[in-house]
Design a protein around this ligand. Sequence first.
Ligand code: FAD
Ligand code: NAP
Length: 305
Amino acid sequence: MRADLIILGAGPAGLTAGLYTGRARTDAILIEKGMPGGQMAATELVDNYPGQSEPILGVELAQRMEAQVRKFGIEIQYADIVSVSRTASGFDLSNDSGVTYSCRSLLIATGASPVKLGIPGELEFAGKGVSYCAICDGPFFRDVEVAVIGGGDSAVEEAVYLSRLASKVHLIHRRDQLRAVKEIQERALAVPNLVVHWNSAPEKIIGANDVEAIHLRSTVENSMTELPVSGVFFYVGIKPNDEAFRGLVEADSRGFVITDEKMATSVPGIFAAGDIRAKELRQISTAVGDGAAAAYSAQRYLENL
Ligand code: FAD
Ligand code: NAP
């Protein structure tokens, strides 16, 4: 399959790029390996998207963005792209079955995924009490106690969501101050069945077949405690989804793609948008802005070829 422009990833950045290229009648396809919407679709409620004065389900916002892209004629292809290479006329992208997609310009919008902490028990109990997605797995933990690891926006927000399902939520944070924005913190600290374990680091998850408890180390006294829980949700940060094009474009030490303000990468013809970029603030609104700017730059690039 061939197109002038391929947009890789259909999260808010890729969907916005699709909208702009569709309206400009650029010959483009959008490639997605999972569900359009990306991380946004795995978020319960979004209440900081401009113009949306009432909170909206992440999945609903994703569906609306997808419908708007389709309205302007952009086709979404479902494929997991595993490699990207340069060719004489542009770029080739291959999926895991060897199918190739060719383009003259590439817009990378592959976003990010949760970091794994790597403590004993984390891998063994994945799907047996360990999760990285409260919206996906939360309903399995009705009326039992769960732990949420992390102190950022994701951990605190998802702890609040889980408090409506679980009998008690233990938020485990390694410091004495949360990283999450104040508004999210205030919501969490007002929830009666949500307790914060300050200065606590997870050491080990134990159980027979499923998760039964988590061992916590005090980061102040170095003492250990065992906390009985049936589920452990990790929200300790994100890493770039860069496997398919690692080494092709310039990136920072963590693998996030470096761009200029026009979203151009170090390789002419490759643009990047959204969470995959090296940047400070990763939000739906910033991904959307990046997607619009990157689509515009890709069109200019194609016109000048
Ligand atoms: P993503 O949303 O990560 O989408 C990338 C897409 O690319 C995915 O669909 C993925 O499947 C696809 N993809 C990746 N690699 C490939 C490949 N090789 N081949 C094909 N497809 C591929 N932000 C807010 O503004 N408000 C919130 O309330 C909010 N809540 C959040 C809650 C949680 C739990 C999390 C984790 C994040 C939240 N965020 C929120 C952040 C926001 O979701 C992200 O900043 C935003 O989704 C980034 O958009 P993106 O399009 O760059 O990437
Ligand atoms: P994050 O902001 O990087 O926070 C990660 C949290 O995990 C931090 O509190 C960190 O502790 C903790 N942590 C990291 N490594 C750890 C370790 N080894 N052991 C124990 N704890 C560890 O990641 P995030 O919360 O997933 O957010 C990712 C991005 O999405 C952010 O840009 C965020 O703003 C955005 N987001 C936005 C919203 C929203 O707008 N509503 C919601 C969710 C996410 P320290 O604080 O001590 O470093």
